[in-house]
Design a protein around this ligand. Structure first.
Ligand SMILES: [Fe+2]
Length: 241
């Protein structure tokens, strides 16, 4: 027993001495530190807790959608752009520069999906839906007749998007903006067409399948009526396309 203690103490002393010698040598010889550069693209922080959109979007769906799918796009883009000029660009610039280029499809898809998802999480809030702020409501009334008509158009677009994609409320024009509802497929995003995105609904199956299975219409109706963040749309009205 005593031997064992003695051996351990000896080993510890030897380990400390060895480590100290190595550190001294490294300092003396000016060896490089083993630091890694930070990845340029990071997973955004959610503006609410993972249970805060329940029951429309459960914590389980949030965990997979944000923690696996959204994070996956970020990880992929960091790998795809490492050591390239894209690593120093903004997401928006990458999307614009790679749009329609057959040799940059993977970079485009992952960058656009990060941008779209960042926008998507902000497009919702706990206890959303309801009445838009007056300045936005005025524009909605002139573009769609009334808020109910816009909601119906968003639900129809989101439900009718064939396959994976997105349903957007966008603004076109720079002075007296007109609002429109559009759909995009896969990773496509409105700003490559010069439109200003105001709100978005994700209709990839990963956005709703765990909670709603094939009932996409029920999911998007609940998002429109209970989660849409009208204040975010108003903020985006003043942003450039
Ligand atoms: Fe998604």
């Amino acid at each position: 027993m005593t031997d064992a203690i003695d051996n351990t103490e000896t080993l510890n002393r030897r380990t400390v001495l060895t480590a100290g010698a190595a550190l001294l040598a490294a300092g003396t010889l000016g060896l490089p530190k083993m630091a890694h550069a930070a990845d340029p693209f990071t997973l955004m922080k959610l503006p609410y807790g993972d249970k805060d959109l329940d029951p429309v979007i459960s914590a389980n769906t949030m965990g997979f959608h944000y923690g696996k799918h959204h994070k996956g796009y970020v990880d992929n883009l960091n790998k795809l752009t490492a050591g390239t000029p894209h690593a120093d660009q903004s997401l928006k610039d990458i999307v614009k520069d790679t749009y329609g280029k057959s040799d940059k499809v993977a970079i485009y898809n992952n960058a656009a999906q990060i941008w779209n998802h960042d926008f998507y999480w902000h497009s919702m809030k706990p206890n959303g839906g309801g009445e838009p702020p007056a300045a936005l409501k005025k524009l909605i009334d002139s573009s769609f007749e009334n808020v109910e008509a816009l909601k119906k158009e968003m639900i129809t677009a989101a439900t009718g998007q064939f396959g994976s994609g997105w349903a957007w409320l966008v603004a076109e024009g720079t002075t007296s903006a007109k609002l429109k509802v559009i759909k995009t497929s896969n990773a496509d995003t409105p700003f490559t067409s010069g439109l200003r995105p105001l709100l978005v609904i994700d209709v990839w199956e990963h956005a709703y399948y765990l909670d709603y299975q094939n009932r996409r219409a029920d999911h998007v109706t609940a998002v429109v009526n209970k989660l849409l963040n009208w204040e975010y749309a108003l903020t985006n009205l003043s942003q450039p396309a």
